[in-house]
Design a protein around this ligand. Structure first.
Ligand SMILES: *Cc1c(COP(=O)(O)O)cnc(C)c1O
Length: 389
């Protein structure tokens, strides 16, 4: 069979399963209103929670580092790619997360893969929440340790799994801080208590919590006042730039620098990205007002939709999953939102369980009151039209 004929057959299966993916083209910098595929839309699906991705201060910082350090780093951190900006950012990250040290990766995805494929070893067990992010799942797959799944944020189930795996050398509990499709927050204090009781280590992926949770935006550990063994994060969400990191003890960071393959064999990030991230972290710590505005929007949307009769999932986070049910209905709903100038995708199986298709709304501090009103009015209109409320 010809190469392309084989691929075309495979893609046909993808299409038939309703899983065929295409790209949309965004025009200009990430703001709350953007031209998407030629049409003006209010963006309700971005992770730019504090509106930093188009912030002048980040752009200035990047531009200045670009002029001094060039467009690329030219090598891995261990060869020729390490600059003062990488080191400054790592110090800043450690300070920001209140840990001894931090290590940069080129993305959050690579941070999870690097940590999970190096830290747990053969004979160990990774206990992983059922709804963990794909990068955690892939990290578990690459690890020589055994992976055991526990039910989503179900501490009772986690305890049973901890009891069942006592004969293994080490246990690592790994969880998202804020879950990306459900907007739930992991019950970290209970999880840490179990970890202590059963002598397990805790790895928290704070991708969606960094910049958002806690008075200073330090994430789930600040929100709950606890300190896990390993904190993973990304600079691509609320920080508005790119890159991932792991934070923890100096010993942990020394270990990862020597053993995490996605650190060792990756070209270092461009120094300009690091400079922008450094500026972002300074701003995040001082963005309490923005977080208060964000909270007010979350309250407004969640209570508004609930009053209309919608079932809205999740804890108090900017990820607001509005439950629709059938996949086709969710897709139709998303299309009708687009006609109203609102861009929010339908999330369907296999990303979420059968019958739990949803519109995944995200809100940012940069949305305006007027935009929030329009979002609520549109949900009211479409919900009645499609007999969901
Ligand atoms: C987005 C996300 C990642 C990946 O981070 P990138 O920097 O985009 O690679 C990892 N974990 C979780 C929970 C995420 O939501």
């Amino acid at each position: 069979m010809q190469f392309d004929d084989w691929l075309s057959g495979r893609l046909l299966q993808t299409r038939k399963a309703g899983l065929y993916r295409t790209l949309r083209t965004m025009q200009g910098a990430p703001h709350t209103e953007m031209v998407i595929d030629g049409e003006e839309q209010i963006v309700c699906s971005s992770n730019n929670y504090l509106g930093l991705a188009a912030d002048e201060r980040l752009i200035d910082a990047a531009q200045s580092a670009l002029t001094t350090f060039g467009s690329g780093s030219s090598g891995s951190r261990l060869t020729t790619g390490n600059t003062e900006w990488h080191e400054k950012l790592e110090k800043k990250l450690a300070h920001f997360k209140h840990t001894e040290a931090a290590l940069l990766f080129s993305s959050g995805y690579l941070a999870n893969i690097g940590v999970l494929s190096s830290l747990p070893e053969k004979g160990d067990v990774i206990l992983s929440d059922r709804f963990n992010h794909a990068s955690i799942i892939d990290g578990c797959r690459l690890s020589k340790a055994k992976t055991v799944i526990y039910e989503h944020i179900n501490m009772h189930d986690l305890e049973s799994r901890l009891q069942e795996t006592q004969q293994h050398a080490r246990r690592f509990i790994v969880t998202d801080g804020v879950f990306s499709m459900d907007g739930t927050i992991t019950p970290l204090p209970e999880l840490m208590r179990l970890a202590k009781r059963y002598h397990a280590y805790v790895i928290v992926d704070d991708a969606h919590a960094t910049g958002v949770l806690g008075k200073y935006g330090r994430g789930t550990s600040e929100h709950f006042g606890v300190q896990p063994d390993v904190v993973i994060g990304t600079l691509s969400k609320a920080a508005g730039t790119e890159g991932g990191f792991a934070a923890g003890s100096q010993m942990l960071i020394d270990f990862l620098r020597n053993h995490a393959r996605t650190f060792i064999f990756q070209t270092a990030m461009a120094p300009a990205s690091c400079a922008a991230s450094f500026a972002a972290l300074e701003i995040i710590e001082q963005s309490e007002k923005k977080r208060i505005r964000l909270s007010a929007y979350i309250t407004k949307i969640k209570t508004g939709l609930t009053k209309m009769g919608y079932f809205v999932k999740g804890d108090f986070t900017p990820i607001i999953p509005v439950m629709i049910g059938q996949a086709e209905k969710a897709v139709l709903f998303s299309r009708k939102l687009q006609e109203q100038g609102i861009y929010a995708p339908a999330i369907r199986p296999p990303t979420v369980p059968e019958g739990e298709s949803r519109i995944r709304l995200t809100v940012t501090a940069d949305h305006t009151e007027k935009e929030i009103q329009h979002i609520l009015a549109s949900f009211n209109l479409i919900g009645k039209e499609l007999r969901i409320i």
